[in-house]
Design a protein around this ligand. Structure first.
Ligand code: FRU
Length: 425
């Protein structure tokens, strides 16, 4: 159990669930409405509490009814509010959220009428009891000074920073943290469409830090300065996606929990994998309750996908059933193994819903085939060679072989074309 201080914002989230995203200047009835506390750091601490860590929040707390509700709810969850700054004016930051039940997307309109948590309030906190300090990148000049102060006070505390969106003076923050969590929206906002290219650039901005980049349905990528290679942690297919609100905050909680409770090795794959699995569980359900127990049931990282004996010399099997349908296809051909998500880039449906039935053609010219609209894909590259989605590819999944068992793996930066081909002879 670790002692973790989160520095950021506490919000009231008013969530309207709809069956489709509204058109501008239209009227629509919500299917349901709920209200909860939110804010990235609050969500992260809420999940960390479930893993029995001692959690404290440093945020600005307002005196209005919503502000009081935030304090009550957060305290009920066992999060210590004593580092927070109680002010006598303003209104609690409020997020009006449209949650699309069709695909789980969340659209946030945020309003705030309260100052940010500032340096003076931070300097008043006794930091000595904490093992880990996790910051949201908000008012960056103050946050940079907080990070610098914390670093000067202790070399052993882990300092992590979440960068969700572009902010003025963000560059001031990069030199201090041990760990930086980036959002996909931030990377794309800086014109990166390739997660590896983003992490390579970010490594120049923060050469001392472990960098973790969430990449939506593709999972997450990480880079540690000691290793210098980029690793990807693919996510499993989640169907249906129920609620993506706070999925990124949950991933961060999973990584912090795994690192704060495990060995301090240079390999962050187990921790990032745990974070990705926890985020997958979060998007399967409404809210954050019970993530610890669900995650323990879901995540079984040591279960192999299949064994080499399961595959003939030119063969494919569908494995890792999710809701009864294989989520990954493992292929043996050309004396190598390949693995792909069982999801056709044409419309996202499984290529096939059974254990076998993925290959078509003669032994020399075998391709993977989608049984739905007959798209065909090159086994070695995953590229579509025929059918309704030219120019697209199946999504490769990194694998490793141990003995005769085939496991999911993180992948050190692979050759350009195929992330996951490994000799299988
Ligand atoms: C989700 C969230 C919400 C909050 C908003 C703040 O990540 O933290 O709970 O209202 O983002 O930006």
């Amino acid at each position: 159990m670790a002692s973790i201080l989160g520095i950021g914002i506490a919000t009231i989230d008013i969530i309207n669930e709809v069956d489709h995203y509204p058109l501008e200047d239209s009227e629509q009835r919500a299917l349901a409405q709920r209200q909860s506390t939110g804010g990235n750091v609050c969500n992260t601490l809420q999940v960390l509490r479930q893993f029995e860590h001692h959690c404290a929040l440093a945020a600005v707390l307002t005196p209005d009814a919503d502000g009081v509700l935030i304090q009550t709810k957060i305290t009920q969850r066992g999060i210590d509010l004593s580092p927070s700054q109680k002010i006598g004016f303003g209104h609690a930051p409020t997020s009006y959220i449209t949650l699309n039940r069709h695909n789980g997307s969340r659209t946030i309109v945020h309003y705030r009428d309260a100052p940010e948590f500032d340096l003076n309030a931070f300097l008043a906190i006794d930091l000595t009891p904490f093992d880990w300090l996790h910051f949201e990148a908000r008012n960056c000049m103050d946050t940079a000074a907080m990070l610098a102060w914390a670093r000067s006070m202790s070399r052993t505390q882990t300092l992590s920073l979440e960068i969700e969106k572009e902010r003025p003076h963000l560059e001031q923050l990069f030199q201090f943290p041990d760990v930086i969590f980036f959002s996909r929206a931030f990377a794309e906002g800086r014109d990166f469409t390739d997660p590896r290219a983003f992490l390579t650039a970010a490594h120049h901005w923060a050469p001392q830090a472990v960098l973790i980049l969430a990449w939506g349905a593709a999972g997450a990528y990480w880079l540690a300065p000691q290793l210098g290679t980029i690793h990807s942690i693919p996510s499993q297919i989640v169907n249906p996606v129920v609620d993506t609100l706070g999925a990124g905050d949950t991933l961060i909680a999973g990584v912090i929990h795994a690192r704060a409770s495990g060995a301090a090795t240079a390999d962050w794959s187990p921790a990032v994998t745990f974070g990705v699995r926890l985020a997958e569980q979060k998007i399967r359900q409404i809210g954050f309750d019970g993530l610890n127990t669900q995650a323990n049931q879901q995540a079984n990282p040591i279960e192999p996908l299949c064994h080499l004996d399961d595959l003939g010399p030119a063969d494919a099997v569908g494995v890792r059933p999710q809701n009864g349908v294989p989520s990954i296809i493992v292929v043996r051909a050309h004396k190598a193994l390949y693995a792909y998500r069982n999801s056709c880039p044409h419309n996202g449906s499984p290529l096939c819903k059974t254990r076998r039935g993925y290959l078509t053609g003669q032994p020399d010219g075998l391709t993977l085939r989608c049984a739905v609209h007959h798209a065909q894909f090159d086994i070695q590259s995953g590229a579509c060679t025929q059918g309704p989605c030219p120019g697209t590819s199946l999504q490769a999944v990194p694998i490793r072989i141990e003995g005769d068992a085939v496991f999911l793996a993180s992948d050190p930066t692979p050759p350009a074309n195929n992330e996951s081909s490994i000799p299988a002879s």
